[in-house]
Design a protein around this ligand. Structure first.
Ligand SMILES: [Fe+2]
Length: 209
């Protein structure tokens, strides 16, 4: 059974540095009829559980620990028994949202997760947050970039725990080096490709965001 990619968009709040914003998040599911991985359990455990639809949830992978990407993770984990995986460099952010519940496992650069016969390679892509990761699935021709790379440029780096030069390094060295036809599936908003974004790197650096 070939693996496929499904998208669920959920709505809720993003809070950091004393501000709160209404946001729509992309929740990505990768799997087949038997098993699935959820990338970013955002906002709505009911809706995500419905999308999992009784399949084995292999893991809840968090691209980073901003609250809007992890707020539904503990409830989804409790309902399914799936482990929550997070890069340890985002532990400080995680604790702001879930002080009483740690992630179940650590993501590391180069680690490979397997679901439905497809490998997802963890790329540590810090900058938007210290422990931000992207997940590259060459067999599916796609990379899941969380809030590191969007259609139109880098993720935000204006708030705490973010750094613009660091996200530029991550995007230049880890993402724009992927094949041009690679589809970029983001944490918010539209999908793009590496080839569509790569020519704009110098513009982003010049504008500083
Ligand atoms: Fe974020």
């Amino acid at each position: 059974m070939a693996a496929r990619i499904e998208l669920l968009v959920t709505s809720g709040e993003f809070s950091l540095d004393g501000g709160t914003w209404q946001v729509d998040n992309n929740v990505w599911l990768v799997g087949d009829d038997r098993e699935v991985v959820v990338i970013d359990a955002a906002h709505d455990a009911d809706a995500i559980a419905s999308a999992v639809a009784g399949r084995t949830l292999v893991a809840i992978v968090s691209t980073h620990a901003h609250n809007d990407h992890i707020d539904a993770a503990p409830e989804l984990a409790a309902r399914t028994g799936a482990p929550i995986l997070l890069h340890p460099d985002d532990q400080v952010l995680w604790q702001q949202t879930h002080p009483d519940r740690k992630p179940d496992g650590a993501l590391a650069d180069g680690q490979r997760l397997t679901v439905a016969g497809v490998e997802l390679t963890v790329l540590h892509t810090p900058g938007h947050s210290p422990g931000a990761v992207s997940l590259y699935a060459p067999a599916l021709g796609t990379v899941f970039t969380g809030d590191t790379l969007f259609a139109g440029g880098p993720g935000a780096t204006g708030r705490s725990f973010s750094d613009f030069p660091t996200i530029v390094d991550s995007i230049r060295d880890r993402l724009l080096t992927l094949p041009a036809e690679t589809v970029v599936r983001t944490g918010h908003g539209d999908t793009t490709t590496i080839g569509a974004e790569a020519p704009h790197l110098a513009e982003w650096i010049a504008r500083g965001h």
